[in-house]
Design a protein around this ligand. Structure first.
Ligand code: SAH
Ligand code: F3S
Length: 477
């Protein structure tokens, strides 16, 4: 299954940057997992660009292979292990080749990686990328190198990311890093560390630069965008201990949205991921207020059952979630929602499962990302609860949830038929090179015939005349 907005065929695809003519070394860099990893890889490429590396998509000519990894589920880790094993022969043929693991698996497994995977020379956690030049000096001298120190401050605010393998039209802009929520099933607080917000001025500057370089859509990224908080003097999580002055001048996520929407008035703006327990209706008001903020919210819920939500430590009830959705639909009538669900979490009963299905029907999500629960070592759920739902039951329930989401998606897509939509041209359709693909404001993918004079990055009005489960079929008006 694909991760959010990361094209399925981009997972693990080597990424390319503009060449620097004086750079002589070759970097092969692959990303796995979430948008944040893809965004972090752009920071890594930028740092290594300064160190004499150009990217290559041909692994055979690489001097340095880096995998930016994901730990969210066991399967994600297995994928990376498999990929690593494919580099064994390369390393035999070229002993000078350095192989490094970045990101969440590096953070989770630390030195274990160097012990278990003989082939790995370099292990770097998500907050230590600035140290790459030093670490590479060590590997050049034939030593293994590791830095998995997590930071309370690092936001890479001053690093101008090299935009990788993109379409030159859509880009990610990181606004917060880490997560303090401690959902019991989740490894992210352990692999990405404490939550911190990035200086709004650097965010706005990056957005303006993107607009000037021809980008037409940005996605503001954070594990938890709703907890964005910036005080006059800097980021400070502890609202209670802030001075009165700091509190009065603090910038929240909805205010940041307001600032960005004004700073780049023609840029399309998306954001991800919202968290139901911290999201406020102010965010919906900003969507309603600004034409350039898209009518779409990805609002993970994980389960429709109160008992499960408590066990997961999600800090909101089913009803509170539904109230938030209702508010969103009132304030932004054209809004669409998507979900994340975890199926078969510890102790999930048939009744809990039915609650999930009924919540989905009530919300009518456009789209969903649904996975069976995968126990992660070290998480509160692993320590205190039993992963007791048999695999076949998880599979059956997951299939029911996916089937229902299919129905709901189809219904929602049908609702878009017979009307005009503003679609940003993001590329050529994978199935037909005479067609464009893009998304409407609600994030629904739309394909339509190319017309003379249209180009990548144009926003065009498309009349939608049909649909499949996940795609709108249209023609330019
Ligand atoms: N706030 C984050 C969530 C990161 S994890 C974001 O930016 O999306 C993404 C999704 O993975 C979660 O919403 C959850 O549905 C799923 N997930 C997390 N831990 C999981 C686990 N142990 N097993 C199965 N799915 C998990
Ligand atoms: Fe994970 Fe919950 Fe944070 S899902 S990323 S701990 S909001």
């Amino acid at each position: 299954m694909q991760e959010k907005y990361i094209d399925e065929n981009k997972q693990g695809e080597a990424i390319a940057t503009a060449e620097r003519p004086d750079n002589s070394k070759k970097l092969f860099l692959e990303s796995y997992g979430c948008q944040m990893n893809f965004s972090d890889s752009e920071i890594v490429a930028s740092i290594l660009n300064e160190q004499g590396y150009n990217t290559t998509q041909n692994v055979e000519e690489a001097d340095l292979i880096l995998l930016n990894t994901c730990s969210i589920r066991e399967k994600a880790e297995q994928t990376v292990r498999m990929r690593l094993s494919q580099f064994k022969n390369l390393k035999k043929d070229k002993p000078s080749l350095t192989v490094g693991v970045l990101g969440c698996m590096a953070e989770r497994l630390k030195t274990k990686f160097l012990e278990e995977e003989q082939l790995v020379d370099l292990v770097v956690g998500p907050d230590a990328y600035r140290d790459l030049p030093n670490l590479l000096k060590e590997t050049d001298d034939g030593r293994d190198a590791i830095n998995v120190i997590l930071s309370k401050e690092e936001t890479y605010a001053d690093i101008n990311p090299v935009r990788l393998g993109g379409n030159g039209v859509t880009a990610f802009v990181t606004i917060t890093r880490g997560c303090d929520n401690m959902c019991t099933f989740c490894v992210v607080p352990f692999t990405r560390g404490r939550e911190r917000s990035r200086d709004p001025h650097s965010i706005i500057e990056e957005c303006k630069n993107l607009w000037e370089s021809g980008y037409k859509e940005i996605t503001l990224l954070g594990q938890n965008v709703d907890s964005y908080l910036w005080y006059g003097g800097g980021p400070k999580k502890d609202f209670k201990n802030a001075t009165e002055m700091q509190r009065l001048t603090a910038i929240t996520f909805s205010q940041l949205l307001d600032m960005v929407a004004v700073a780049v008035p023609k840029m399309r703006i998306r954001f991800s991921t919202n968290n139901p327990h911290e999201m406020t209706e102010e965010v919906f008001r900003m969507i309603a207020k600004h034409e350039n903020i898209c009518n779409y919210v990805h609002l993970p819920v994980q389960s429709g059952s109160d008992a499960m939500l408590v066990k997961m430590n999600r800090q909101h009830t089913r009803q509170e979630y539904l109230d938030l959705i209702k508010k969103g639909k009132e304030i932004v009538p054209e809004i669409s929602f998507s979900q994340d669900m975890i199926i078969g979490f510890c102790g999930e009963t048939e009744e809990d499962h039915q609650q999930t299905l009924s919540l989905m029907r009530e919300v009518e999500y456009d789209y969903g990302y649904m996975f069976s629960y995968s126990e992660r070592p070290g998480t509160p759920a692993h320590k205190k609860m039993e992963d007791d739902i048999p695999a076949d039951v998880k599979q059956r329930r997951l299939a029911e949830v996916i089937a229902l989401q299919g129905e709901l998606s189809r219904k929602r897509m049908q609702g878009y038929v017979g009307r005009n939509h503003e679609v940003l041209i993001e590329g050529t359709s994978r199935k037909n090179e005479n067609q464009w693909k893009g998304r409407n404001s609600q994030n629904a993918v739309c394909v339509f015939d190319k017309l003379e004079g249209q180009k990548l990055g144009d926003i065009v009005t498309v009349f939608v005349h049909g649909n499949t489960q996940g795609t709108l079929l249209g023609k330019t008006v």
